[in-house]
Design a protein around this ligand. Structure first.
Ligand code: GTP
Length: 594
């Protein structure tokens, strides 16, 4: 295709503002899906299929329109995947900024807009859902125009549901989004903006060709790893995969299959070139996705450890950002320390392990990555609280911080500030988007956000606040490790790194919780919370002197045996901490955040 006739664009929006529904209408109006096969959230449905490993998800759809080729590139919507979003954006020249006409601008609207502006994309502001009785198109057109600096009359108004305005929007894409520019006769360079593992075909890599040409049966080189592969198949998605016998040229978007089985060999952000005639420079800086949040994952049933390892290996084929290494806990046995991009990523991985692999897991409280500088100048990277050095030789501890943006109705400013201040937030600024909506910006430690921050924010603002955050370096902080001891013995799974001011609260809560959760034993069990050798909280579990057999006086031997059997059953689900028997449920309950 002549690059002059190509338009590459994406749709960016806050969650639920109607991206998938608008994409559906575009598929239908451009005729790539006929009315009979149309179903709601056509592309999302594939998502589920992909999760089950049946079909590949269509990440980029080619739409013919008015003599042009439009490539609509899907972007993952959540903050954890910002890194991938920014790669997808780099495969486009334009972005439709979609805003719900009944809701107005939300936190992810802003976050995505800034990413799109950084990528130098042409922005098309669009209000969606104008069919809703509650829509206020005039009011929000003004808000949106104010945000991106255009005239309110330039804001397009559509309904993804009824299709109103969608043809005009497609025309507008053709007219205003710049055609891709590249050098056709130079060495091939293509950006990988997504890669997906498919059970039958191996890794399917989505690329946008910037310069040159990629063909079938060609040896290609992945520039960040220097690995070479052969393209077995190359094609476009419209909306099912279609082989492109001529390969892909400048500005084109499509997929390639090389038969590799592991997405780490085909990483998002990497540059593909020809092995025979490699390009000199890679496309815009490739970075490894960096895990931000760590947690220990342990099978509830220790026998399932090999299954857990296998499940993680399999998931990693499809998720280059997932990292893990074996770890052992005195209390929980064999498991893994797993690194995630953020909380959502963590939830997804855990859910997939349980749902798709049928595992029951205990996860330890999530923690961020700390940098500890010792007095002798040595530095440690701590991803597990039990590795946190104790004793007096720590010089400084650094924790990751975020720039967080909260959008909410103005009436909640007080409540929001209270929450943020309670979590060591520093106010960066505040702007009114309209009379009754504010944007509040804070520097907040990531470690404070990964507990129940979002839940609290939602409940204190009756669900009206939206949150977005991005990494913003690190800061020195007064952090300590709190250990929880049972009968003088530290239980590694309960250790946490917390701010000095919160150490006491954590210790008291945990000791109380455990007193409720751990059954009485034959002897007294003290529960202590301690920072190093200093005890900061203490509870006691009183001893019982219950002889289970004493009740069955008389000769009923079978009843006696039954009781002993039952006790043995119960013991299996107990973990021994020193001499103390702790039921499995106590770990699960003590480690859950609610
Ligand atoms: P995520 O994929 O979760 O980020 O959401 P999304 O942005 O793709 O939104 P989706 O298309 O799933 O729409 C969210 C909800 O809004 C659904 O219940 C849709 O039926 C509804 N919706 C989407 N577009 C319109 C519209 O134009 N009018 C009306 N009335 N409802 C719409």
């Amino acid at each position: 295709t002549d690059p002059a006739l190509i338009r590459n664009f994406c749709i960016i929006a806050h969650i639920d503002h109607g991206k998938s529904t608008l994409a559906d209408r575009m598929l239908q109006i451009t005729g790539v899906v006929d009315d009979r096969s149309m179903r709601a959230q056509y592309l999302d449905r594939m998502d589920i299929e992909r999760e089950r490993g049946i079909t590949i998800k269509s990440q980029a759809v080619r739409l013919p329109w008015d003599g042009h080729v439009l490539n609509m590139i899907d972007t993952p919507g959540h903050v954890d995947f910002t890194y991938e979003v920014s790669r997808s954006l780099q495969a486009c020249e334009g972005a439709i900024l979609l805003v719900d006409a009944a809701q107005g601008i939300e936190a992810q609207t802003l976050a995505n807009l800034y990413l799109a502006m950084n990528a130098d994309l042409h922005i098309i502001p669009v209000l969606n859902k104008i069919d809703l009785p509650a829509a206020q198109p005039e009011k929000f057109a003004e808000e949106l125009a104010g945000l991106i600096g255009c005239d309110p009359s330039d804001v397009l108004k559509v309904s993804g549901k009824t299709g109103v305005g969608v043809r005009e929007l497609l025309d507008h894409v053709v007219q205003t989004v710049p055609a891709p520019i590249g050098v056709a006769d130079s060495a091939a360079r293509a950006l990988i903006f997504d890669s997906v593992y498919d059970t039958y075909r191996g890794v399917v890599t989505y690329v946008r060709v910037v310069d040159g040409h990629l063909g079938k049966r060609e040896r290609i080189l992945m520039m960040s790893t220097n690995a070479t592969h052969e393209t077995l198949e190359i094609g476009v998605i419209s909306p099912e995969p279609k082989v492109a016998d001529l390969g892909l040229g400048v500005g084109e978007v499509g997929y390639l299959i090389t038969g590799v089985k592991d997405v780490r060999q085909s990483r998002v952000g990497d540059t593909v070139t020809s092995a025979a005639k490699p390009a000199k420079d890679m496309l815009a800086g490739y970075e490894h996705p960096k895990p931000m949040v760590f947690s220990g994952l342990y099978p509830i049933d220790g026998d399932e450890y090999p299954e857990l390892r296998e499940a993680l290996d399999k998931l990693q084929l499809n998720d280059a950002a997932l990292v893990y290494e074996p770890e052992t806990s005195a209390a929980l046995g064999f498991g893994f320390r797993v690194g995630f991009l953020g909380l959502l990523h963590m939830e997804i991985v855990r859910e997939r392990l349980e749902r798709e692999f049928g595992l029951s897991l205990i996860s330890t409280a999530p923690n961020v990555v700390y940098r500890v500088v010792m007095e002798d100048g040595k530095e440690l990277t701590v991803t597990n609280p039990s590795e946190f050095p104790t004793g007096g030789k720590i010089a400084q501890v650094f924790e990751p911080v975020t720039k967080s943006t909260i959008l909410a109705p103005a009436e909640f400013i007080g409540a929001i500030m209270e929450i943020c201040q309670g979590r060591r937030g520093q106010l960066l600024g505040m702007d009114y988007l309209s009379e009754d909506r504010v944007e509040i910006r804070y520097t907040l430690p990531l470690g404070e956000i990964i507990f129940d921050f979002f839940d609290q924010l939602k409940s204190r603002t009756r669900g009206y606040a939206s949150l977005d955050y991005e990494p913003a370096g690190e800061q020195e902080a007064d952090l300590v490790k709190v250990d929880i001891l049972l009968q003088g013995e530290a239980v590694d799974a309960f250790s946490a790194i917390v701010h000095k001011d919160k150490a006491y609260g954590y210790g008291v809560d945990m000791a109380k919780k455990l007193r409720e959760l751990i059954p009485r034993q034959q002897f007294e069990v003290p529960i202590q919370a301690a920072i190093g050798a200093r005890v900061i909280a203490r509870e006691n579990i009183r001893a019982i002197r219950k002889d289970v057999l004493a009740k069955c006086y008389g000769g009923d031997i079978s009843r006696k045996r039954k009781l002993l059997e039952k006790q043995k059953e119960g013991k299996k689900r107990m973990k021994m901490v020193g001499r103390v028997e702790v039921p499995q449920e106590a770990f699960v309950a003590a480690l859950s955040t609610d």
